[in-house]
Design a protein around this ligand. Structure first.
Ligand SMILES: Cc1cc2nc3c(=O)[nH]c(=O)nc-3n(C[C@H](O)[C@H](O)[C@H](O)COP(=O)(O)OP(=O)(O)OC[C@H]3O[C@@H](n4cnc5c(N)ncnc54)[C@H](O)[C@@H]3O)c2cc1C
Length: 387
């Protein structure tokens, strides 16, 4: 049986392992973190298209159980005027809606589901090098001095992918988007709550919040400026983040952002956001990239996880249906490239409120949300990009 080495046990890595199993291909996932990277505190949304990809490999139900619905999007300006309100995907047939959950819960759920299906994940295995031998087999080396051998290697190792530079040493490096993002959670009850709805103040690139059925408000704020480094982030207290974030809204009549940020007494998590718009090479020999390793959009559209899940399923279909790795990798890239590169451009920050209003129209993102994968439809060597 063909055996794949999957580098990275994040979203794309675990979903790819499940999709490959369904396609009759065995794999082992090698994750750098000793515990699976589930210490990353922020939250994310899985949109209709991401749930559709999970459904294609029957992995949607555990994710539904670990998350809550966030069906609607509401956009407001700084004065509190609502300029768009309604479902993310009006009339979308997906019965479970876009879902919100913490990254830790998503990782845990996907890992547990993969293990339940008999999949293998090894922790504490950071890829440092890999090479394809003359016989076509690939050998991966890890920082603990061990190595592994397989028929192919799938780089699901995220935005700072080592696999990417092994495939192409001159591949472009991630570019700073101009935004740092801060996340927090609060269970304060005397703030505006937003069940079932993600409310975005100042369009899509100011402040966003939604409330879980348990009454926890999940919030995110965009902090423009120079990229914050790890040392600076570590040295900044929650009170300093609150002060910095609330200053951005000090002149607004709409006070929701101020109230929610000020009610957050727990840790505030911050990271600088990078993107990768277009890689010349997605694959070489027996190695290929999926998820953020291949393409990374700013999180403003909340689509990174969903498109990573699409990659996972479509790569598995290509490997299932095409006779050689080279044909499978080429078809996968042909099907995926234009869609994900379009997303990187689309996810960019709106420069003006007029642009934010235009972007908020739900029909502007139907090409993203309506993406559907039929697991049983064979991939042919002339397969082309889906919208
Ligand atoms: C601040 C922020 C907010 C976001 N919000 C959203 C959102 O709301 N919705 C959404 O869809 N997307 C969101 N995204 C994007 C989303 O998180 C990514 O697109 C998604 O995680 C990509 O999945 P992935 O599996 O490709 O990479 P990751 O989830 O990053 O997983 C990569 C894995 O590889 C491991 N790894 C790295 N290097 C190695 C190595 N050398 N050897 C072995 N393992 C390695 C890592 O530890 C990690 O577990 C957000 C991103 C950021 C930065």
């Amino acid at each position: 049986m063909t055996h794949a080495l999957i580098i990275g046990g994040g979203i794309a890595g675990t979903a790819t392992a499940m999709a490959l199993r369904k396609a009759g291909i065995s794999s082992t996932v090698y994750e750098a973190y000793p515990t699976g990277g589930d210490d990353i505190g922020a939250f994310l949304m899985i949109m209709h298209n991401g749930m559709d990809a999970l459904r294609a490999i029957a992995a949607d139900e555990p994710v539904v159980a670990a998350s809550f619905r966030t069906d609607n999007a509401e956009y407001l300006d700084g004065a509190g005027n609502v300029f768009s309100c309604g479902p993310f995907g009006p009339g979308h047939p997906d019965p479970v809606g876009p879902r919100t959950l913490t990254r830790a819960d998503l990782y845990r759920t996907l890992h547990s589901e993969l293990r339940h299906r008999g999949g293998r994940i090894e922790h504490g295995k950071r890829l440092v090098s890999a090479a394809t031998r003359a016989d076509g087999r690939v050998v991966a080396e890890f920082d603990d001095g061990t190595h592994a051998e397989g028929d192919l290697l799938i780089g699901a190792d995220g935005i700072h992918s080592v696999t990417r530079s092994l495939i192409d040493p001159s591949a472009p490096t991630p570019r700073y988007t101009g935004l740092n993002i801060a996340y927090g959670y609060t269970d304060a009850a005397d703030i505006p709550l937003s069940p079932d709805t993600f409310r975005m103040i100042r369009g899509g690139s100011g402040f966003g919040h939604t409330t879980s059925p348990e009454g926890i408000t999940f919030w995110v704020v965009h902090l423009p400026g120079a990229p914050l480094g790890k040392a600076e982030i570590a040295a900044t207290t929650a009170a300093q983040w609150r002060e910095r974030a609330t200053k951005l809204f000090a002149d607004d009549a709409e006070t929701t952002a101020m109230r929610i940020i000020n009610s957050t007494t727990d840790e505030i998590m911050v990271s600088a956001v990078h993107e990768i718009s277009s890689l010349p090479h997605w694959h070489r020999d027996s190695m290929v990239l999926v998820g953020d390793a291949a393409h990374a959009a700013s999180p403003l559209e909340g689509q990174g996880a969903s498109t990573a899940l699409e990659d996972s399923v479509i790569l598995a279909q290509c490997l299932r249906d095409l006779p050689t790795l080279s044909e499978a990798f080429s078809a996968y890239e042909r099907i995926r490239r234009s869609r994900v590169e379009r997303l990187v451009v689309f996810s960019g920050r709106a420069a003006t409120m007029a642009e934010a209003k235009e972007k908020a129209r739900p029909e502007r993102r139907s090409w993203l949300l309506d993406h559907h994968i039929d697991w049983d439809t064979p991939i042919t060597d002339s397969a082309r990009s889906l919208p």
